[in-house]
Write a protein that binds this ligand. Structure first.
Ligand code: 0RA
Length: 646
């Protein structure tokens, strides 16, 4: 009798497992966020997370990721290898359970809690479910084991295919074109920047990434190796490569506080930007949370105490606020939390209360020591804080001016704005257009029912180099704020944006398709990234893509967006087709601009996304900062289309 029951239970469970995998295929976004570029890349992170877990448990120190020629991915690690023995409850190999059962998670021993884990933490079975083919190869206890799957279903039982003296797991998967209908193409840059980030966050692991789709000058596959001996303090140096430090060394802390592993590293530089990056279990917590609050509290408290005791604040006529302690600060906070509670719009805000005091204690400890041991740096920092407070008072006044203008703006929209007639913001679009003449063409070409035009004068202010009050005093920038209906700042959180009155849900940057145009787009993007990041995060910012060529023969006319398209059209038209190269928006007439770039039926808008906030921050400061050589190198490397991972 008992045998019967267990048999029934087994089949009931396996049906449930099957349903789990089917469910992943039916509702992939529930598991990996989306089925676009992001979800596609997420598959790789999901597999790698298991390897990182092995490394954190001390069993693995090398991970390789390969983009194969066919855009399948191979990951390999030298961890313990997924167990292959019989899984008693399921009656099949543990490997098969890990690969085909949703929520099996992998780790059967409860003692080693899983600290890594992707944003969704769904495990490698989910990757399997969403792959048309996956092969798992395990080197373990002298043998090589293998199993293959199609759309998550095992093709045969786990088999031994040879002997080995290595250990580890190799997974090769091909994302399913039935699921990923938008794109199956991996971005080397996106994967590489995540691997670089992981190597800094988990020091001592070697991460190698190879792109078999591309070869370098000497005919070898394109490959990079990331390895960090020091972890976060090296990460800080990397992020601040193009900023000038105002102190001798990076301040760093690593240890456990109240059972929470905490790592912090920070440095002050000469810029005015605050660059805080926080991670929980290797996930970038864009929205911050309790660990970030703890950091801020520890920092403010310790610096204030030091400044008070040193007497440097004695004659100060104005107050010092929290923000002032963070101007020109670059910091990374990385914590490991056993059961993280993620909150917020994008589920990237840590909710666990207990973490706040752990981080705050860690920061107070490390900073107090540093200030005591480095009195010169301590003075420099306090002086910088005082200057920041002074500038903030000036900025406050400038901001109040913008605010007042915005509040009065019913009927007080910028003169240069050609507004649309639609009142519902979800249906409205605004085009930010480079130059008055292209602005004029856009104004004629648009559908005035729902499209507004705001021409911008030439190069807008480079906000990366300007102090805050200069930014808020700038005419073009004031116009953008007023036109969009966005207001800034309440007393408590001076940088929070108020998007409730946003007047257009699509904000489209429309510039020439040349170097100057890219530069202007980048300036505008830098402004949004530094001052209105929420607009990017909520998916409101787009880039228009005007065509590069018009191919004509007799009555036939077709536009081309790149050289290959142009050549294909010339071939199709045959012989004496004429090619016109558009140097700028100004060379198109209103109808052409509407047909190719503005008409929602035919245009392509590129939505601006931040795939890696930490890397995006570094790139903006490099592109827009003072240091020329790295910028030149970046532009040369990305010459065709400056692809700013953002
Ligand atoms: C289940 C249990 C153990 C390790 C793993 C899964 C594991 C999964 C992956 C996925 C990629 N690389 C991996 N490495 C390990 C624990 C193994 C043990 O106790 O020996």
């Amino acid at each position: 009798m008992s045998e019967d029951i267990s048999k029934n239970q087994y089949s009931a469970d396996s049906i449930q497992a099957l349903e789990g995998m089917e469910h992943v295929r039916m509702r992939p976004s529930m598991y990996i966020g989306d089925v676009g570029t992001r979800g596609l890349h997420h598959l790789v992170y999901e597999v790698i997370d298991n390897s990182i877990d092995e490394a954190l448990a001390g069993h693995c120190d090398k991970i390789t990721v390969t983009i194969n020629e066919d855009n399948s991915i191979t990951t390999e690690d030298n961890g313990r290898g997924i167990p292959v023995g019989l899984h008693k409850k399921e009656g099949v190999s543990a490997l098969e359970v890990v690969m085909t059962k949703i929520g099996a998670g992998g780790k059967f021993d409860k003692d080693s809690y899983k600290v890594s884990g992707g944003l969704h933490g769904v495990g490698v079975s989910c990757v399997n479910a969403l792959s048309s083919h996956l092969r798992a190869t395990v080197h373990r206890e002298g043998k090589v084991w293998e199993q293959e799957y199609e759309r998550g279903k095992a093709m045969y039982p786990v088999k031994s295919i040879g002997t080995t003296n290595k250990r580890g797991t190799i997974v090769t998967f091909k994302p399913d074109s039935e699921i990923f209908t938008q794109t199956l193409e991996y971005s080397y840059e996106t994967l590489a920047s995540r691997m670089r980030e992981l190597s800094y966050l988990n020091k001592g692991i070697t991460v190698v990434i190879t792109d078999k789709r591309a070869k370098d000058e000497s005919g070898d596959y394109f490959e990079e190796t990331f390895y960090s001996e020091e972890g976060l303090s090296e990460f800080i140096r990397y992020l601040d490569e193009t900023r000038e430090p105002i102190m001798k060394s990076v301040i760093a802390f690593e240890g456990e506080k109240n059972g929470v592993p905490v790592e912090v590293a920070m440095i002050y530089n000469k810029s005015y930007a605050e660059n805080l990056h926080s991670y929980v279990n290797n996930i970038n917590t864009h929205e911050g949370g309790t660990h970030l609050t703890g950091f801020r509290r520890g920092l403010t408290h310790t610096l204030k105490k030091y400044a008070d005791e040193s007497g440097m604040l004695d004659k100060l006529k104005f107050d010092i606020a929290g923000d002032d302690f963070r101007e020109g600060l670059t910091a990374i906070i990385s914590v490991k939390v056993a059961e993280p509670q993620f909150e917020g719009q994008t589920k990237t805000k840590l909710g666990n209360r207990e973490v706040s005091s752990s981080v705050s204690q860690a920061v107070s400890e490390m900073l107090t020591d540093y200030l005591e041991e480095n009195p010169d740096d301590a003075k420099t920092i306090v002086q910088k804080v005082i200057l920041a407070a002074q500038a903030r008072h000036a900025a406050q006044k400038a901001r109040e001016m913008v605010q007042r203008k915005t509040v009065m703006s019913i009927g007080g929209l910028p003169g240069k704005l050609s507004d649309c007639s639609e009142q519902d913001p979800t249906k409205c679009e605004v085009f930010l257009v480079e130059g008055d003449s292209a602005g004029g063409t856009a104004k004629q070409g648009r559908d005035r029912a729902f499209q507004a035009i705001l021409p911008l004068r030439g190069k807008i202010l480079n906000v990366e180099k300007a102090m805050q009050h200069k930014v808020f005093e700038n005419e073009e920038i004031k116009n953008i704020f007023t036109a969009l209906g966005v207001t800034i700042g309440t007393e408590e959180d001076s940088k929070a944006l108020n998007l409730s009155k946003l007047r257009y849900h699509k904000i489209v940057i429309m510039c020439d398709a040349d170097i100057d145009g890219s530069h202007i787009s980048t300036l505008i993007l830098t402004f949004f990234f530094r001052y209105m990041k929420e607009l990017i995060e909520c998916g409101h910012i787009f880039i228009a893509t005007p065509p590069l060529y018009l191919v004509k023969k007799g009555q036939k006319k077709q536009y081309a967006w790149n050289d290959k398209e142009r050549d294909d059209i010339v071939d199709k038209f045959g012989g004496s087709a004429g090619v016109q190269r558009y140097k700028g928006l100004g060379e198109m007439n209103a109808t052409q601009l509407w047909d190719t770039t503005m008409n929602p039926e035919f245009r392509t808008l590129r939505q601006v996304q931040i795939d890696n906030g930490t890397e995006a921050d570094r790139i903006f400061s490099m592109l827009m900062g003072d240091d020329v050589p790295p910028r030149r190198e970046f532009i040369e490397k990305n010459a065709v289309y400056a692809n700013i991972d953002a």
